[in-house]
Design a protein around this ligand. Structure first.
Ligand SMILES: *Cc1c(COP(=O)(O)O)cnc(C)c1O
Length: 471
């Protein structure tokens, strides 16, 4: 399997070659030259597989340049009961016949990003060891992504993580989750400023190409292709858990921000999984809902991006969306390049009159909807009263839209993207009581913390990095 760029300007590369990189050299995103397919008979066999077996079956079609034994061992080391709290890894919870929640948040940071990121940590270590190389991951976080990256990379050789966060602006739980890590390869940098300033520092440091090269700076953002493929696995897992045979179809509703999670669902469908609908749920930041309703993709300015009670979906543009549009346009890289040039220039593009736009619904099965803070509170309360199940604010965005779009003939699976314990304040607001904490998290805030505080200065961050790497 070889990978090409959505913008057509990259010679085909292998999985390991695109693993550590971010954007393709032409500014596009890596995509496989074709999708592997599983027919009904193969899926019947996959139905009985454990999560690691299923993950191997799927990932081995994408990571064809990693020897099978090695890939199997990396997967076995990743998807364990110790890390994900159950042998199912992503168990299906049934609220009522035909309405399910796929639990994706039982990993170390209590959010779905762990499912892919934990594998990424092991893949990075493997590839770096093989190349005798090292990598210094630099990132900015306002919460979820940073902690998932740190828990995936902690203790891995060849990798250091430098994670910037706004000083005293994350929740005490999020802060404690990251800052309590004592691993010598994890560096938390609390920046006296806001999240945007953290992000600007990351950009400034990355734009210093000489520094970037010498310090071997890399990233682990949501456009990483290996993360997308690791997420394909749980769509298969959820489908098998909700059905008895392959004549049945299901729909998935996906709380969405950067379009990484639901893109994996689209790929699962292209690989032959009988998915009826993929329902994209957004919060007040409705870039994606707007596209699926109107055909207009309009990136927002940061001043137009709302801070909401489902903060991990507060995005102004959906970085993985380009991959989906590449498929919609029949892999026409030139057309994709022109559309994104248009976004750069004018802030938006309009596909409503394009002959292929209709297939977004008909062929690919996409639907969408949005949710507000009031909707989240109501949904959290309703689900708790009706089923005795507490859901977090992001999953509530999904549930609200799922109930609107649900077809009584087709089972609906809502993807759970975080546990309520991470968003205790809004849960209390909705139902008047605190969400329970999973075992091991009871005294999180009292653990000793390890972090450095700095001004919002790229130079201070650079000096700190040099001091740690000695490069
Ligand atoms: C990252 C995240 C999302 C959005 O996922 P995308 O892949 O960016 O669409 C939703 N919910 C939670 C809790 C997240 O951390």
């Amino acid at each position: 399997m070889k990978y090409v760029s959505t913008r057509g300007g990259m010679a085909p590369l292998s999985f390991s070659q695109i693993l550590l990189g971010g954007l393709a050299t032409d500014g596009g995103l890596a995509m496989p030259e074709s999708y592997p397919r599983f027919d009904a008979e193969q899926q019947q066999q996959m139905r009985g597989m454990s999560y690691p077996q299923l993950a191997f079956e799927i990932l081995s079609r994408f990571a064809t340049d990693i020897p099978a034994d090695h890939l199997r061992a990396l997967i076995a080391k990743t998807y364990t009961r110790e890390t994900f709290r159950s042998d199912d890894i992503t168990p299906l919870k049934t609220l009522e016949p035909g309405l399910h929640i796929l639990e994706l948040s039982n990993g170390p940071t209590l959010a779905f990003k762990d499912v892919a990121m934990q594998l990424l940590g092991n893949l990075f270590e493997y590839v770096l060891d093989k190349q005798g190389a090292e990598l210094n991951i630099l990132g900015a976080t306002s919460g979820d992504t940073g902690s998932a990256a740190e828990y995936a990379m902690r203790g891995k050789h060849g990798v250091r993580v430098f994670m910037l966060s706004p000083h005293q602006k994350m929740s005490p739980f999020q802060t404690a989750q990251m800052f309590s890590l004592q691993d010598p390869n994890i560096f938390n940098i609390a920046v006296r400023g806001v999240f945007d300033e953290c992000q600007d520092i990351v950009k400034a440091v990355s734009n210093d190409l000489e520094f970037k090269k010498r310090q071997k700076i890399g990233t682990v953002n949501s456009i990483n292709w290996a993360r997308v493929t690791a997420q394909v696995v749980y769509y298969f897992k959820g489908y098998f858990a909700a059905t008895k045979n392959n004549d049945q179809r299901v729909s998935f509703t996906v709380p969405s921000g950067n379009f990484g999670n639901v893109l994996a669902g689209h790929i699962a469908k292209q690989m032959g999984l009988p998915i009826a609908h993929l329902v994209v749920a957004t919060n007040e930041n409705d870039v994606l809902d707007e596209f699926f309703k109107t055909g207009v993709y309009r990136a927002r300015a940061s001043s137009e991006t709302y801070h909401t009670s489902s903060p991990s979906m507060d995005i102004s543009k959906a970085s993985n969306f380009e991959r989906f549009i590449y498929d919609v346009l029949d892999q026409d890289a030139k057309a994709v390049r022109e559309l994104w040039q248009k976004v750069e220039r004018e802030g938006s593009f309009d596909l409503s009159l394009h002959p292929n736009f209709a297939r977004v619904k008909t062929l690919y099965g996409f639907q969408s909807g949005k949710s507000t803070h009031a909707n989240r509170l109501n949904t959290i309360r309703d689900v708790y009263q009706r089923y005795g199940v507490m859901i977090d604010t992001h999953t509530a965005d999904g549930m609200k839209v799922a109930l609107e779009q649900r077809d009584p003939q087709v089972p609906m699976i809502v993807l759970e993207t975080a546990l309520p314990a991470k968003f205790a304040e809004t849960i209390s607001q909705a139902i008047g009581r605190e969400p329970p904490r999973p075992a091991g998290f009871e005294n999180l805030e009292t653990l000793p913390q390890r972090f450095a505080v700095m001004d919002a200065s790229a130079q201070q961050v650079k000096d700190f990095i040099v001091g740690q790497t000695g490069l």
